[in-house]
Design a protein around this ligand. Structure first.
Ligand SMILES: CC(C)(COP(=O)(O)OP(=O)(O)OC[C@H]1O[C@@H](n2cnc3c(N)ncnc32)[C@H](O)[C@@H]1OP(=O)(O)O)[C@@H](O)C(=O)NCCC(=O)NCCS
Length: 191
């Protein structure tokens, strides 16, 4: 487990980042995501099925940030990109239009990254995403984030992710996304 306590705010004593059985803790994780990102109960129910399906992939990886008494306060998960998967088929035409669809090959996708609001700005998000990507064999990582200034976009930029496509519309998502890619290893300090 890696300590995550390098941030600006008051200390978050004893938070540890390490592998978790995310399928077994999916409800806890969705509780964190709902608090961090805002999800309705209907969206939580839909996400539960999607997360469990993703985690069936043999190369899916998940890390959690845990308090000393074992509460989950942040998580990240991802899997290698597959051009036949739904997410990849949606972003592919946008990346092709910017000449960057090569990023879809041999790339590790960060599918979700969330830190509970009560534990943000203590280096947990950075530790989660750098620890998961440091452990994969892929030379690059891609992800999508709502296309607006946000803590997530600031974090991804600081780690070396750059915009591959903007204003990407996912069916059913109310806001457009940016698709971002970074060479691995990511930039910056480790937790
Ligand atoms: C994005 C998120 C995971 C970051 O987690 P975190 O633990 O708070 O982030 P860290 O403390 O590791 O911050 C790392 C860097 O990100 C940037 N950052 C994080 N929060 C920021 C904020 N509120 N404002 C500006 N920059 C911010 C900074 O560059 C920061 O480095 P610094 O502290 O040295 O300045 C968290 O804000 C979150 O869960 N947001 C809501 C959910 C979400 O948007 N998830 C991503 C979906 S694509």
């Amino acid at each position: 487990m890696a300590p995550a306590d390098a941030g600006n705010g008051p200390a978050n004593p004893g938070i540890e980042v390490g592998p978790i059985d995310l399928a077994a803790r999916v409800d806890e994780a969705l509780h964190v995501q709902a608090a961090a990102f805002g999800l309705s109960q209907d969206e939580i129910d839909v996400r539960r099925h999607i997360v469990l399906r993703h985690l069936d992939h043999p190369q899916a990886r998940a890390l959690g940030a845990l308090t000393p008494d074992g509460r989950l306060v942040g998580f990240v998960y991802g899997l290698p990109n597959d051009r036949t998967h739904w997410w990849s088929t949606v972003v592919e035409p946008y990346l092709r239009a910017t000449g960057s669809d090569g990023w879809l090959d041999d790339s590790f996708v960060i599918t979700e990254l969330h830190v509970h609001p009560g534990h943000q700005r203590h280096g947990i998000g950075r530790t989660l995403i750098t620890t998961i990507t440091d452990a994969v064999p892929h030379p690059r990582s891609i992800l999508s984030a709502i296309d607006r200034d946000s803590p997530a976009r600031t974090l991804y930029g600081a780690l070396g992710y750059r915009d591959l496509a903007r204003q990407v519309v996912f069916p059913s998502a109310p806001l457009p996304y940016a698709v971002m890619g970074a060479p691995l290893p990511l930039l910056g300090p480790r937790g």
